[in-house]
Design a binder for this molecule. Structure first.
Ligand SMILES: Cc1cc2nc3c(=O)[nH]c(=O)nc-3n(C[C@H](O)[C@H](O)[C@H](O)COP(=O)(O)OP(=O)(O)OC[C@H]3O[C@@H](n4cnc5c(N)ncnc54)[C@H](O)[C@@H]3O)c2cc1C
Length: 496
């Protein structure tokens, strides 16, 4: 069997450049759990202050292969940071897991001590669910190995890998699966929530390409789940987020892929947004599954508002040019960047603009139809501010091949997801940034039918209705595998 491994050593140089914490924490250095000489304060699952015994902390540190860092460790500050700079939290312990045994030890420790537990995959959680104050951060940042089975066209990918790692490992073999639009997003939270990407109209969401997983549940058991083995749990992790355990490995279906694609951005002055969007509303329902087009409205740093449509055509470029021609003919383009280019160009083009450390707030809404009313309201509501952006994740196509209850992810009827996003650098702008995003979202709310959990800042009180007909089954499964709600830092499904 032809297999290719993509492992830590192979990517160490590239990853360490963007994630300095990886290189800073590869050795055990005090203060680590194994050298602790006093008990420490922690926060319980219920939010109470608790004492963590020195002996128990030391036992965890001795048992784990990876370091268990405490405040003051040279790697602690790097490791506790997540993508959204607004969530500046200080876990009592950071367990940097290297393998399943480490994950089990960390899960057992949190459960046995009733300690608040945050699971960090790629750290891209907008609401900051992968970190916490006073709890245990179970950190998967070094579990990034990927094993591609070239003949079988599948890949096993560790739960801390980033989408860029997955793309790199699979594209090198002429294969691909649906991955999101920013390469430093983690496969963990991304996959468990659904997984929208530029190939989803042809291949479906990432969960539609998930054929199995290895998950460590609250009892410390390692379970292999698939359509044939523990099918209920397998159903739940396809959209139910991190509620059910720590996924140490995902098993993905891959597809043969030519990485040179007709792709790029079409850009118009924002004054032509009505013309473009009205045309788009009429034209987009008839598009082929190969054609992905995502409208966006943003303000450039110089204050110029633009209307853009991102294009990726996953098929014969001649057919793609023909299908795209009517859109290209609308209005007067400022820039036509659609050309034959490597898929990775598109997959990394937002990486720098959405770099780690930005302070950010985002909301979204699933859209069943791109109506004239939606176009009117989008244009009326456009916020002309360089800190704000509205973009869409287009779906439809293969995403709709699955029924609402086939996987835990319920929003199968949507044609698109609108994302309202604000980002800024200065903490003094936090309240204004959040308010701007909420105002924009509220102005278009009448067009939404639920939201995508993975790009939503505040889900408390809405989780039940957002899962629709899937909620009762999810709560039931949660009750079976996590009755104590150990995995609660997510869009939490309370155990039935
Ligand atoms: C800049 C940016 C771009 C994005 N683009 C897209 C996109 O194109 N398409 C899309 O669908 N979404 C996108 N998202 C949303 C993204 O899918 C979610 O933020 C997702 O949760 C990120 O996963 P992560 O592992 O990086 O996050 P983390 O912050 O590490 O975790 C998020 C949640 O998942 C849990 N979790 C993470 N890993 C695991 C694991 N291995 N096992 C169990 N639980 C785990 C965490 O506990 C937490 O509750 C984007 C987000 C950002 C910030």
């Amino acid at each position: 069997m032809n297999r290719r491994k993509f492992c830590r050593t192979a990517v160490a140089a590239g990853v360490a450049a963007s994630y300095p914490l990886l290189s800073a924490c590869s050795r055990k250095e005090p203060p680590v759990a194994s050298a602790v000489d006093t008990s420490i304060r922690g926060i319980s699952l219920d939010g109470a202050e608790i004492e963590l015994e020195k002996a128990a902390i030391k036992e965890l540190g001795d048992a784990m292969t990876g370091p268990v860092m405490l405040s003051g460790h040279p790697g602690y500050d790097g490791a506790r940071k997540i993508w959204n700079g607004m969530h500046d939290k200080r876990p009592a312990l950071i367990a940097r897991c290297q393998n399943n045994q480490d994950v089990r030890h960390a899960v057992d420790f949190a459960r046995d001590n009733s300690l608040l537990l945050a699971v960090r995959g790629g750290g891209h959680s907008w609401p900051g669910k992968s970190t916490c104050d006073g709890g245990l951060m179970l950190d998967l940042a070094e579990m990034i190995n990927i094993d591609v089975d070239v003949e079988g066209q599948t890949a096993w990918c560790e739960g801390g890998a980033l989408l860029g790692h997955l793309d790199d490992a699979t594209l090198a073999e002429g294969l691909v699966t649906t991955a999101g639009v920013v390469s430093h997003t983690g496969v963990g939270g991304f996959t468990l929530g659904g997984g929208f990407g530029r190939l989803n109209r042809l291949y479906g969401l990432t969960i539609d390409n998930l054929i199995g997983a290895e998950i460590i549940t609250a009892d410390g058991q390692v379970r292999m789940v698939s359509a044939d083995n523990e099918p209920d749990l397998f159903w739940a992790i396809r959209g139910g987020g991190g509620n059910f355990g720590v996924v140490s490995r995902f098993h993905y279906q891959l597809h043969p892929f030519k990485r040179e694609l007709l792709s790029g951005m079409l850009v118009w002055p924002v004054a032509q947004a009505r013309e473009v969007l009205e045309f788009y509303a009429e034209w987009s329902p008839g598009l082929s599954r190969e054609m992905y087009t995502g409208p966006a409205m943003v303000t450039m740093p110089d204050g110029t508002g633009v209307m853009a449509v991102e294009v990726v055509y996953n098929g014969d470029p001649v057919a793609g040019e023909k299908e795209l021609a009517p859109l290209r003919a609308i209005g007067t383009l400022i820039d036509d960047g659609v050309k034959m280019q490597d898929y990775k160009v598109m997959q990394t083009q937002e990486d720098a603009a959405l770099a780690h450390g930005v302070r950010s707030y985002a909301k979204n809404g699933m859209i069943k139809e791109f109506t004239q009313g939606l176009v009117n309201d989008m244009i009326d509501a456009f916020i002309n501010d360089p800190r704000a952006g509205i973009f869409t994740h287009t779906c439809g196509g293969a995403v709709k091949d699955h029924a609402e209850t086939d996987t835990a992810f319920p929003h199968r009827n949507a044609e698109s997801m609108i994302v309202y996003f604000t980002g800024w650098a200065d903490a003094a702008e936090d309240e204004e940034g959040k308010a701007m995003c909420k105002q924009w979202h509220a102005a278009l709310e009448s067009h939404h039918g639920g939201y995508y959990d993975n790009i939503e800042q505040e889900t408390a009180g809405t989780v039940t209705s957002n899962y629709g007909p899937n909620f009762a089954r999810l709560a039931d499964i949660k009750g079976q595998v996590d009755a104590g709600n150990l995995f609660r830092l997510n869009s939490n499904i309370k155990p039935a």
